[in-house]
Unconditional design. Structure first.
Length: 313
């Protein structure tokens, strides 16, 4: 009983227990669900959400929301094949250029929020709308096929039987957890999210930290875009759209307060896995796309109620 109570007081642990419970039940009731190859595939899909949600977690910890991550993923997936130089046999120059563009978009989001005093949710929404229009002009409705060897390797390679996307997620997770819990800047993010006025009076720079979290969000969204491009072998308008709401849901399911000031990326990790698992289970039902959306939304609401949000505390 004490273990159950402590789990409900620890949202990341509760989310992890929910993942374990769902996987155990599904493995016994659905044929092939518990196979190593299937679980590995679910983790590979969760890696994309988890990498996007890394930046989203940082923004939400400071009390904002980044609504441009889906558009940044799409921009990266479409522009990278177009800007990869023919003289670079490794493809690393194209990846560096695409990441620079994604990071620059995040920096512009941060600048708008920090210097123009535009609320982050409005600034990132405006940026997403601008980028979507730009992509329609640049790419139209056609898909772009990737030939960049480094991107293909990232999306398809399986060193030691582990997809490279999962390994990349492990690296990102270690960096973000270190940033939040072992570096002073993480404490400043949490302080600004909890009490901006008191933090500002204490000498914490709102401008600098706003720029940092949005720039990092753009970088991680670009990284996820490269991974998605490598996994799909092509980019097209809208490829990043599914990752906007799922990145926010993963953060909230992991116990991070949507109001900022409290949370950890350690909860976002199982939150991403739980979302992918829920999607897989709904797909088994073989319902129409409309009913799948309804079931997915209902399930997310139910999971949020089970997890116990900050509004009830």
């Amino acid at each position: 009983m004490n273990m159950i109570r402590s789990a409900f007081r620890n949202p990341p642990l509760l989310t992890l227990l929910l993942v374990a419970l769902v996987w155990i039940v599904a493995s016994f009731t659905l044929r092939g669900f518990g196979a190593y190859g299937h679980l590995r595939y679910l983790l590979e899909l969760a890696a994309v959400i988890g990498i996007v949600a890394a930046g989203q977690t940082l923004v939400i910890l400071m009390g904002g929301i980044d609504l441009s991550v889906g558009a940044v993923i799409t921009v990266t997936a479409i522009l990278l094949p177009l800007i990869s130089p023919a003289w670079d046999p490794t493809g690393l120059a194209g990846i560096a250029a695409a990441l620079a563009i994604a990071t620059g978009i995040g920096l512009m989001n941060g600048a708008g929020a920090a210097y123009l005093r535009v609320p982050p949710i409005i600034m990132t929404l405006a940026m997403a709308t601008f980028l979507q229009g730009l992509l329609v002009i640049v790419a139209g409705g056609s898909a772009v096929t990737v030939s960049n060897p480094a991107v293909i390797l990232l999306g398809q390679a399986r060193p030691l039987g582990i997809p490279s996307g999962i390994l990349l997620w492990l690296v990102v997770s270690a960096v973000v957890l270190l940033l939040i819990h072992r570096m002073p800047i993480g404490a400043r993010f949490l302080a600004l999210g909890a009490n901006p006025l008191a933090s500002r009076l204490s000498g914490v720079s709102v401008t600098r930290n706003t720029l940092i979290v949005h720039t990092l969000s753009g970088f991680f969204a670009g990284l996820a875009g490269i991974l998605v491009l490598g996994m799909n072998r092509q980019g097209y308008v809208g490829i990043g759209d599914p990752y906007l709401l799922t990145s926010i849901a993963a953060v909230v399911l992991g116990g991070t307060s949507i109001l900022g000031g409290r949370g950890t990326y350690a909860g976002t990790i199982p939150g991403a896995i739980l979302l992918v698992t829920a999607t897989a289970l709904i797909t088994v039902v073989n319902a129409s796309p409309g009913w799948r959306s309804i079931m997915f939304g209902t399930l997310i609401l139910a999971l949020l109620l089970v997890s116990g949000r900050e509004a009830r505390r």
